[in-house]
Write a protein that binds this ligand. Sequence first.
Ligand SMILES: Cc1ncc(COP(=O)(O)O)c(C=O)c1O
Length: 396
Amino acid sequence: MTAAPSHLMNTYSRLPFALSHGRGCRVWDTEGRAYLDALAGIAVNTLGHAHPKLVPALQDQIAKLIHCSNYYQSPLQEQLAAKLCEISGLSAAFFCSSGLEANEGAIKVARKFGHDRGIHRPEIVVYEKAFHGRSIATLSATGNPKVQKGFEPLVEGFVRVPLNDIKAVREVASRNPNVVAVFLETIQGEGGINLARWEYLRELRTLCDQKNWLLMLDEVQCGMGRTGKWFAHQWAGVVPDVIPLAKGLGSGVPVGAVVVGPKVKDVFAPGNHGTTFGGNPLAMRAGIETLRIMEEDNLLANAAEIGARLRSGLERELQGVAGVKDIRGQGLMLGIELDRACGDLWGRCAAAGLLMSVTADSVIRLVPPLILSASEADEIVRILCPLIRQFLDSKP
Ligand SMILES: Cc1ncc(COP(=O)(O)O)c(C=O)c1O
């Protein structure tokens, strides 16, 4: 690669190659090397790369209208909002362009909901190990000191609890009259693929109903079909009040959404919230087509089935291997936790032709496109498992 000094700000550690193009679950770098993509741009490329149904639809939209402001009626926003309401059981949507923006929107919904009820210093219950984004408010809601360090003062109005401990939330409920919402990822992504127990989600739903709090489930990473249902919380049978979405919604085109239920459908009035790019026709078309193709090609069932196959392959190959602590997840959102930091595996896998990532220092994260085939799932197992064993042997 080029030795010229970079003009990019220093925000990412990067592997020493650049991707040039892709097809399905494969991508190629500028030197012509092929990779199997088990990361999908961090749970973004729902339909893989250059999907033959998505590409012409986006080309058609680009040739018609890429952007117009929110000063006009938007049939494409209406269409995508109606679809998101249909699949979530909620009532209305606001569109933005990223996950952190969706979460900022959710935080504003909760605060406004509180103010409207006469709570002038509203507080939101948030979680240890959570990740909600890198704006000042969302990094304040995030439960990772590394993300926050150097950016203090943090935004106030968050109360933190451990995941899956209903007593901790009940305790907050008993002493804090300013709480207006509980805000968590249904499955923590950056925190290490940590699942909220389904029973815990049902208990939270009951508590939120009793206290008139909002249940806000960040499905930016685990939503949009990745777990085998449209939304991960649907495994628990709960209906939240607010669902922030992004990542997989546009299959690579930046699009985020805050989807809300009847309690907060009318919480905003014109002037309360907005964004220039949010809901533009290209982003809306990407969302509409992504959902349409997912239905047409049965990708929820594929995510469930191929996810189960991938998981059982990993379990078979890694069973009893000293140093492998846990294999967990749902559908095509899987984590393999080792007993030691394993950031090195990231580069080793790429050198062997597999793209994945390591999160929370010691958790290998697999979030491939939802079009992953059985043979591609087997290929992930074939490349990854020997590398994990070698890594564990080389770093006792
Ligand atoms: C659960 C969750 N919420 C929010 C975000 C932030 O999304 P974005 O990077 O699009 O701002 C992420 C990103 O990883 C995420 O995993």
